[in-house]
Design a protein around this ligand. Structure first.
Ligand SMILES: [Zn+2]
Length: 308
């Protein structure tokens, strides 16, 4: 895909989540009713949303074949992730605990350059983003391995990286690990940092050159919306650094599943509120369209270096 064709981009999403481990342990997360999923995505398409970045990596409920099916049925471009999630999303006997950094790096590169495999089955789909996750306050040793592997895989392929922060914490450690492993921070997006209201913390993170993904707007009350306050405070100074998402992993957030507020919240409620409160139209376009296009494009320098 050319980054110019993204349109409005939802920057951290859950389009399909399925599998026996999710079914047993996180039944609220199951997103496998294609008719309902497509109904919601068709509605988003009618509102100008063109792309969704899926955030469920290897073996944590991902089905690349299903993502492709939903994309074909709705015309929504969906970017499929490789990578590893938090340990809690895997069964006790999973190779998460034992894979070494080199082997994980190679698995990520294979999924980006050749194709994703789910449960050993080829999918015909390539990964377009590396999703990794860190625990609260400081990373575990296994997470540090994941971050190093992700940074190295980006250095080889140029593939952008999307991280989970736990309640916005440990952002600086995540950045340090990725930078040391060779990642270009312009193509690194840290999620959920808007769980922390402190503007100084955000400025310290943004001054490193990473992008931040805010997705808590629907979780705060309208009259004390931390996400709204952060966007108003930060977007003018860091005009190309913030992207927006819903992170609506629970089906109770989807209109088509009978939930609230519906995935259209960003375009029907949040963006209009930013506009009504006087945020410049160009900055709103940046948040929804231009910033994700830059952040989620492949890093030419890293990718090219490898291919020459
Ligand atoms: Zn998520």
């Amino acid at each position: 895909m050319s980054p110019d064709t993204l349109g409005i981009c939802y920057a951290h999403e859950h389009v399909v989540i399925r599998g026996p481990f999710v079914e047993q342990n996180f039944p609220d997360f199951l997103l496998e009713d294609f008719d309902k999923i497509c109904e919601e995505l068709n509605h988003l398409r009618s509102l100008g949303v063109g792309t969704m970045i899926d955030a469920m990596p290897i073996d944590s409920g991902r089905s690349a074949v299903d993502l492709a099916t939903v994309s074909r049925r709705t015309g929504m471009d969906v970017v499929a992730p490789t990578g590893l999630h938090l340990r809690l999303y895997y069964p006790t006997d999973h190779w998460y605990d034992t894979i070494d950094e080199d082997s994980l790096t190679q698995r990520l590169i294979d999924e980006i350059e050749r194709e994703i495999t789910d449960d050993g089955e080829p999918s015909g789909v390539k990964a377009g983003v590396i999703k990794i996750a860190g625990s609260r306050d400081q990373l575990t040793d296994l997470e540090r391995r994941n971050f190093r592997a992700a940074g190295r895989a980006q250095a080889v392929t140029g593939c952008p990286i999307l991280t989970h922060t736990e309640q916005g914490t440990a952002a600086l450690e995540q950045i340090q690990l990725l930078r040391d492993a060779g990642a270009n921070l312009e193509h690194v997006v840290l999620s959920h940092v808007d769980r922390i209201a402190d503007v100084t913390y955000h400025k310290e993170i943004l001054s490193t050159g990473v992008r931040l993904e805010f997705d808590s707007a629907m979780r705060y009350p309208a009259n004390a919306n931390v996400t709204f306050d952060l966007v108003m405070a930060l977007a003018p100074e860091f005009s190309d650094s913030i992207v927006l998402g819903m992170d609506a992993a629970r089906f109770s957030y989807w209109s088509s599943f009978g939930g609230k507020p519906g995935l259209d919240f960003l375009v029907t409620q949040f963006a209009p509120k930013l506009r009504a409160e006087g945020l410049d139209e160009q900055l709103i376009q940046n948040l929804l369209v231009n910033n994700p296009a830059q952040a989620y494009s492949f890093d030419r320098n890293n990718g090219m270096e490898n291919k020459q």
